[in-house]
Design a protein around this ligand. Structure first.
Ligand SMILES: Nc1ncnc2c1ncn2[C@@H]1O[C@H](COP(=O)(O)OP(=O)(O)OP(=O)(O)O)[C@@H](O)[C@H]1O
Length: 336
């Protein structure tokens, strides 16, 4: 395998909930104690994104997908761990060195209503990042680039003087995609890019992202909770639960033979007319709070295969016969 474009290494992200030092001090059992509460949003994630692939990250709400996305993009700093791009560590860069990666790595957000400035014309929206990253470009070069990206996302280049609010949700997301493409990125993090759109528009925008991937040789980290999207779009899939990756597989393998009980439960939740699927699992209970993480395997409280080892020992990702990586003691012990 070639070296990955992006590596996420032993990533952890905690959000401190304790407030000021004064608010952290409590009096318990006759002593002053310092109480430090935190949301453990990411708890040791290792992922490699290969050049040209679309790596999808899936999981229930709150499992840490967006936090992974925002940390990779440098919008959040990791509590521990590293992000590498093309072999270079980037989570600790600033100034000029960081600028280069800001051009190569672009992000598309879920809500095109919030991500476009309503006071800017489309021309201004697209011009801003181009001028920022290419201050030496002539007005003609800038104009040609704007024309090219508007055309490629299916927005009439003559509409450049219109404002964002004059466009529908689907058109706005196309413009947001054009803004990301305008600086010729290599890597795009797309965080639920179609989930705020009408169902009838979703497939069009997804196809647009796939066309851009092919024609521009893009690599995607694609965050979604929609398994139908994953099946259509993903080269590989990472399934997350409570801030950890529990399964990493080629998309075909994941849908044909899900190995982790949580993945099996997610796939079981997809409605089917004739349900003859093996490994049908129905999840009980709620996702535990990421403030007090369960010991051992974070999934053990909801897992029908959990035993004492699962309650005590954190499972690591192991490679199974089919090449899928799974973090599950039951799979490792061939109990499942
Ligand atoms: N700024 C923040 N401060 C405190 N907690 C946060 C912050 N951002 C995220 N979290 C918490 O971190 C955990 C992971 O959130 P994240 O948004 O990454 O999950 P997600 O899988 O993307 O969920 P969703 O699909 O709902 O967006 C959640 O418990 C969330 O409440």
């Amino acid at each position: 395998m070639t070296s990955p474009l992006v590596s996420i290494r032993a990533l952890e992200k905690r959000f401190d909930l304790s407030g000021s030092l004064l608010e952290q001090i409590t009096f318990e059992g006759g002593r002053f104690r310092r109480k430090q509460e935190a949301v453990h949003a990411i708890n040791g994630v290792d992922l490699e994104v290969q050049k040209g692939e679309a790596l999808c990250v899936v999981g229930e709400s709150g499992c840490g997908k967006s936090t992974v996305a925002r940390t990779v993009m440098g919008l959040l700093s990791p509590s521990a761990g590293e992000i590498h791009y093309g072999g270079q560590r980037i989570d600790n860069l600033d100034g000029k060195a960081a600028l280069l990666y800001r051009r190569k790595m672009q992000m598309i957000f879920q809500n095109p209503y919030a991500s476009l400035n309503p006071r800017m014309t489309i021309q201004q929206t697209l011009e801003e990042p181009i001028r920022f990253h290419h201050p030496d470009w002539s007005p003609t070069q800038v104009r040609d680039k704007i024309h090219e990206v508007m055309h490629s996302v299916g927005i009439d280049p003559d509409w450049g003087s219109r404002f964002g609010h004059e466009f529908s949700g689907g058109q706005r997301q196309r413009i947001a995609i054009a803004r990301a493409l305008a600086v010729d990125p290599e890597f795009i993090v797309a965080d639920e890019p179609i989930s705020a759109l009408d169902v009838s528009i979703q497939a069009q925008v997804l196809n647009l992202l796939m066309d851009a991937q092919e024609s521009r040789g893009l690599t995607y980290l694609f965050i979604t909770h929609d398994l139908a999207v994953v099946e259509h779009f993903g080269t590989r899939v990472a399934v997350m639960y409570l801030g950890r990756v529990c399964e990493l597989a080629d998309t075909k393998n994941l849908f044909a033979t899900p190995r982790h009980p949580y993945t099996q439960a997610l796939l079981s939740a997809i409605p089917k007319l004739e349900d003859d699927r093996p490994n049908h699992i129905r999840l009980k209970g709620e996702v535990p709070t990421p403030v007090n993480l369960p010991s051992g395997c974070v999934f053990h409280g909801r897992c029908p295969y959990a035993n004492e080892r699962c309650r005590q020992e954190v499972p690591q990702l192991i490679v199974t016969d089919g090449g899928t990586q799974v973090a599950c003691h039951a799979v490792e012990e061939r109990r499942l």
